[in-house]
Design a protein around this ligand. Structure first.
Ligand code: NAP
Length: 263
């Protein structure tokens, strides 16, 4: 299937590792020109070198902490002035910490709000006027299966990601007439650095091993295993493509069947 992505420009956030990097690699393989960011200059530069080496794509690596509004805007605008357009925006960042509800301070709420909700809202607000001018845009937010089925240990994530889904659904209706398509992709348990770290946190709390924690998660997943980052990336690449021309306002999980509800 020709996805029609050649020479499109995509910004992929939080792309030095994990799911963001897998999405960047997937888009690069389709001939997309990339602007990618993460907090660490060294991490993002290394990721860009690897992606260029493996795919021969054009990759602009920029350092940006997306919990800062100024740095989020600077990332968008530097990439825009480099390429002259942005066709695709993939919002993503690290997840907020796993904490028991009674230990979550006001500062934790504030940080998680900026990282999880505001970073995406700011980038989408930058992107929409440009996408309106070109009458073309694809926005995909990487959220979590927690927006469909809350995960007990991830209270900040459960609370704030649903706000992003509400925002995206609203914007998909408002900007549909401009041919700007906005969707959410919800990873279930997918084996990345963050998930390895999460298994260590849970193991300490439950006085067990990270391997035992992961086995416990696998038992809750009908496909019996954690996902691979590329399996999530494949859906994001499709939604970013010309072929996904009639899908907007959708929230789709890639979770091996973990979510037990109907929709
Ligand atoms: N993996 C899963 O199973 C899963 C499931 C559900 C939801 N999610 C969510 O999906 C997102 C990605 O998960 P992941 O597993 O890929 O995590 P990861 O392996 O920890 O990768 C996170 C990426 O985001 C970057 N990043 C972190 N904080 C940032 C910030 N403030 N500004 C800019 N970049 C930042 C990191 O790079 P630097 O360290 O260089 O900044 C890294 O490139 C997270 O929000 C996570 O909660 C993941």
């Amino acid at each position: 299937m020709d996805l029609g992505l050649k020479n499109h420009v995509a910004l992929v956030c939080g792309a030095s590792k994990g799911l963001g990097k897998a999405v960047a690699v997937g888009l690069a393989r389709e001939g997309v020109r990339l602007g990618i960011c993460s907090r660490s200059e060294e991490n993002i530069r290394r990721a860009a070198e690897e992606i260029k080496r493996d795919t021969a794509a054009e990759v602009l690596a920029l350092q940006a902490d997306l919990s800062s509004a100024d740095e989020s805007r600077a990332f968008f605008n530097k990439a825009l002035s480099h390429y002259g357009k942005v066709d695709i925006l993939v919002t993503n960042a690290g997840g907020p910490p796993s904490l028991p509800f009674l230990e979550i301070t006001d500062a934790h709420w504030e940080e998680a709000f900026h990282l999880t909700l505001m970073s995406a809202a700011i980038l989408i607000k930058e992107a929409i006027p440009k996408m309106q001018e070109q009458k073309y845009g694809r926005i995909v937010n990487l959220t979590s299966v927690a927006v469909k089925q809350p995960i007990l240990g991830l209270i900040l994530s459960n609370a704030l990601r649903t706000g992003l889904v509400g925002l995206s659904k609203t914007l998909s209706s408002i900007y549909g007439p401009d041919n700007i398509l906005i969707n959410n992709v919800c990873p279930g348990y997918t084996l990345t650095e963050r998930v390895r770290e999460l298994s260590e946190v849970v193991a300490r709390r439950q006085n067990t091993t990270p391997a035992a924690v992961i086995q416990g998660w696998e038992k809750e997943i009908p496909l019996g295993r954690l996902g691979r980052p590329e399996e999530l990336a494949d859906l994001v690449v499709f939604l970013a493509s010309e072929r996904a021309s009639y899908i907007t306002g959708a929230t789709i999980q890639v979770d091996g069947g973990y979510f037990r509800g109907l929709m």
